[in-house]
Design a protein around this ligand. Structure first.
Ligand code: GZL
Length: 329
C-alpha cells in the first residue's frame, strides 16, 4: 500500500513538472504548429478579406495554433507583437509589414531565436535577405502597369489619345510596397506622356475617410480633373463621395474616369454599374498560400523566396454579373 502511495506521489510530481515547463505536448504528429501572425491593421475591405483568409487557413482544425495581433496601422505595435511571439516561442512568425523599412533589429532577434519568418502581402527592405524565409504577395508594379495600360487604351478607344490629361493621384500608405509599385507605374507613364499631368498627390493611407477629406478639400480649389488614380478601393469610395458633393460626375458616363486597385466585391459591383471605370485586382486570399509555405518548411523543404500571385484587371465594359458572382472576396 505504501509503495502505491509513493508511486502515485511520484507520478503527480512528474505530471506537475511537465505542465510547469510550458506544455505537455501530445505525440509529435498531433502537436499544433504555433504561428504568430502580425497583421498591420483593418484599414480596408482588402485587409478584412486578407485577415479572414489568414485566420481561416491557420485554424486549429488545419493543425495550427494561431496567435493573432492587429497592429492598428502602427509599426510599433507590430514590433511589440513580434517580440511577444518570440517570448512565446512560436514555431513561425508571419508578418504583413505596414511599410518596407524598420524591420532589421526585430527580425534579427527572431533569427537568433531560430524562429522562421514568413512575409505576406507587402515586403521589407533589408540588406540581409536571410532575415525572412519567404514572401507571398502581389506584383504591385505590374498592377500599376496594367492599370496605366488600360488608361492608354481607353484614351485611344475614346479618340482622346494625345490630348492633355489631368490625373488626381490618391496614394496608399507611404513606404508600403503596394504604394511604391503602383505609384512608380503612374509616374513612369506620366514621364512617357508629356500631355499627361499629375494635378495633385493625396496621401489617402488606404482609408475611405482620409481620401474623402483630402479630395473634398482638393476640389475646393481645383475641379479640372480627367482621371482619379486611387491606389485602393476604399480611397476610391471616399473620392466618389467628395465628387458627388462637388457635383462632379464620374464613371463610364461621367466627366472623370476612376481607376481603383484591389477589386473587392463592393468595388466590382460599382464597376459593373459603370461607376468605376477599371478595377485592378489585388488578391488578398493568402491564407492557404501561407499555410502551404509553412507545411513545406515543416517537411524540411525551402520554399521559393518570392511567391507572386497572378491577377487581372476588370473593366466596366467587359465585367459581367456572372464574373462578379464567382469572386471569392
Ligand atoms: C495590397 C495591400 C493594400 C491594399 C489596400 O496588397 O497591401 O493594403 O491595396 C490595403 O486595400 O490597405
Amino acid at each position: 500500500m505504501k509503495k502505491r502511495k509513493v508511486f502515485l506521489g511520484f507520478f503527480i510530481l512528474l505530471l506537475f513538472l511537465l505542465c510547469a515547463c510550458g506544455r505537455v505536448s501530445g505525440p509529435e504528429e498531433d502537436r499544433l504548429i504555433r504561428v504568430g501572425f502580425s497583421q498591420l491593421g483593418s484599414e480596408s475591405d482588402w485587409r478584412a478579406a486578407n485577415t479572414k483568409s489568414m485566420t481561416a487557413a491557420l485554424s486549429e482544425q488545419n493543425g495550427f495554433e494561431l496567435l493573432f495581433d492587429n497592429a492598428k496601422q502602427k509599426q510599433e505595435n507590430q514590433l511589440l507583437a513580434i517580440r511577444n511571439f518570440i517570448q512565446e516561442e512560436v514555431d513561425y512568425i508571419v508578418l504583413a509589414p505596414i511599410m518596407e523599412s524598420g524591420w532589421e533589429d526585430v527580425l534579427q532577434e527572431a533569427k537568433e531565436a531560430e524562429i522562421p519568418v514568413i512575409l505576406v502581402d507587402r515586403q521589407i527592405s533589408a540588406e540581409d535577405e536571410e532575415l525572412y524565409s519567404c514572401w507571398v504577395g502581389s506584383d504591385f508594379r505590374a498592377e500599376g502597369d496594367m492599370a496605366v495600360q488600360w488608361l492608354e487604351e481607353e484614351l485611344v478607344r475614346s479618340g482622346k489619345a494625345g490630348e492633355p490629361l489631368r490625373i488626381l493621384h490618391i496614394r496608399g500608405t507611404d513606404g508600403a510596397t503596394a504604394q511604391i509599385g503602383r505609384t512608380a507605374a503612374l509616374e513612369s507613364a506620366v514621364r512617357r506622356h508629356p500631355e499627361w499631368e499629375i494635378a495633385g498627390v493625396l496621401p489617402g493611407e488606404y482609408t475611405e475617410a482620409k481620401s474623402y477629406e483630402l479630395v473634398r478639400d482638393f476640389l475646393k480649389t481645383d475641379r479640372d480633373i480627367d482621371v482619379i488614380y486611387s491606389e485602393n478601393d476604399n480611397m476610391c469610395f471616399g473620392a466618389m463621395r467628395a465628387l458627388e458633393e462637388a457635383g462632379l460626375s464620374y464613371g463610364t458616363d461621367g466627366q472623370i474616369m476612376l481607376i481603383s486597385f484591389d477589386a473587392a466585391q463592393h468595388a466590382l459591383q460599382l464597376c459593373l454599374e459603370g461607376k468605376i471605370n477599371a478595377c485592378m485586382e489585388c488578391n488578398p486570399l493568402h491564407g492557404p498560400r501561407v499555410a502551404d509555405l509553412i507545411r513545406q518548411m515543416e517537411r524540411g523543404e525551402q520554399p521559393e523566396k518570392q511567391n507572386f500571385v497572378k491577377e487581372t484587371l476588370f473593366r466596366a465594359d467587359t465585367l459581367t454579373e456572372d464574373i462578379l458572382q464567382k469572386r471569392e472576396y
